[in-house]
Design a protein around this ligand. Sequence first.
Ligand SMILES: [Zn+2]
Length: 213
Amino acid sequence: MLKRALALPLLLAVISCGPALKPLPPMAPLPEPPSESPSPASMPQPIDDRTLLSLPERDFSLDLLRERGLLVPVKGIAASQIPDTYDAPRDGARVHYAQDILAKRGTPVLAADDGAILHIGTNALGGNVIWTTDPTRRFAFYYAHLQKYAKGLHDGQQISRGDVIGYVGTSGNAPKDTPHLHFQVVRIVSGKRYSDGPPLNPLPFFTQVGITR
Ligand SMILES: [Zn+2]
C-alpha cells in the first residue's frame, strides 16, 4: 500500500518532467514533394493506432504549435467566423480533415505561420494549391482552390506569418459560386511524404485574425 502511494507521485513527476527533458528531434530532411495529381488514396489519412502509440512526441509537437498559434490564413477573417467542418463528409467516401474559410473571390490568402514554401502546384481536387511548412518543419500547411498565386512566389521561398501567398478562388472541385480557402494542417512524419502526414484540426490553433504584416 505504502509502495503504491509513493509510486504514483514519482510516476507523475517522471511524466511531467518527460517532455522538458527530451531533446529536440533532429531536423528531418524534407520528403519528396507530392505529385501534381494525388489520388484520393494518397491524400492525408486519419490518425491510426501507430500514431496514437507515439503519444509523448505527438503531444510535444502539438504543445509547440499551441504556443505559436496560427494566423487565420484569409485576410479579415477571425476564427469565430469559421464553421467547424473538419469531420464533415465529402463526396460520400471521404472525410474533410480540413477547414473551409469562405471569403469573396480575390481576398488575399495569408501565410498562417512563418516558414517556407514547400511546393506550388495544381491538382484535380485542390486546383491551384500551395504547401508551406512551419519554422520547425514539424507541420505542413495546405492552401487550396486559389484563384491565383502571389506574384513571384517560388518553391523554397522563406515566408513570414501574414505574407500574402495567393488569392481566394474556386479552382479545383470548389463550387463556382462558393469561393473559399480549403486549409489543411498535417504533421510531417519521417518516412512519409508530407502530403501523406496525419491531419489535425487547425481550428483550435487559430489565435490571430487574418491580418497582413
Ligand atoms: Zn475543403
